[in-house]
Design a protein around this ligand. Structure first.
Ligand SMILES: N[C@@H](CCC(=O)N[C@@H](CS)C(=O)NCC(=O)O)C(=O)O
Length: 227
């Protein structure tokens, strides 16, 4: 249980989906924390000391104990502040399934976005098709595994999967706008994107995701002339 003396610091950068995961989980659990924006072009001593292996954000400092890697941090938050709302189901098999799909999203879908920005013409077309196929497999699989309670506990609660998927997928329109094309085919995976739209409307998700135009400007700055 959290004690009055608990000090929680979240070290992150504002455009990052991985950092948004941590912020959203802390807000959902109602844990007071201090946010420190990192400068990745000039990494701070605080970051280098507390994540010496990867030197990446997010990092969570809980009473000066450092935890790195967003998915590890989410599990730490769930175990340390075990009061409701729970981020994971109680049943071990259901928990395993949530973790499976969280990992699929983290390891397959998120990394599939970058190659779209870095490629052109035919290569880009293939990268887009691959992403949309993976989203389809993901959504079908999740629906099969969680049935009626899915998505988003029928709009009642946010769990680990909603946090991980919503903090990246919630800004899907930025990808289309940055590239000036329909990378994300909302008509093919319409149910998945309805889920993302519903998540975006959640007050804490709204409070956590960067504004569309700010993120779009960042994408354009980062990836240069995209087309
Ligand atoms: N697997 C890590 C990925 C974190 C990550 O890629 N962080 C980026 C910002 S989004 C970073 O700190 N990059 C700095 C660098 O690569 O030097 C996680 O989920 O926490």
């Amino acid at each position: 249980m959290e004690e009055k003396t608990d000090q929680v610091v979240h070290l992150g950068i504002w455009p990052s989906g991985a950092c948004a995961r941590v912020a959203l989980a802390l807000k959902l659990k109602g844990i007071p924390y201090k946010y420190v924006e990192e400068d990745l072009t000039n990494k701070s001593e605080l970051l280098l000391k507390n994540n010496p292996i990867h030197k990446k954000v997010p990092v969570l400092l809980h009473n000066d104990k450092a935890i790195a890697e967003s998915l590890v941090i989410l599990e730490y938050i769930e175990e340390t502040w075990s009061h409701t709302p729970k981020l994971l189901p109680l049943d071990p098999y259901q928990r395993a399934k949530v973790r499976f799909w969280v990992n699929y999203f983290d390891q397959k879908i998120r990394p599939a976005i970058y190659p779209i920005f870095m490629s052109r013409a035919e290569e880009r077309k293939k990268a887009i098709e691959l992403l949309n196929e993976m989203i389809k497999d993901f959504y079908e699989g999740v629906k099969k595994d969680f049935g009626e309670e899915f998505p988003y506990c029928k709009g009642k609660c946010l769990g680990l999967l909603d946090i991980v998927v919503g903090t990246s997928g919630g800004n899907y329109k930025v990808i289309n706008d940055a590239l000036g094309m329909e990378v994300i085919h909302t008509h093919i995976n319409s149910q998945f994107f309805s889920w993302m739209d519903a998540l975006r409307e959640h007050p804490l998700v709204k409070d956590t995701l960067p504004p569309h135009d700010k993120l779009l400007a960042k994408f354009i700055e980062e990836f240069g002339p995209i087309n």
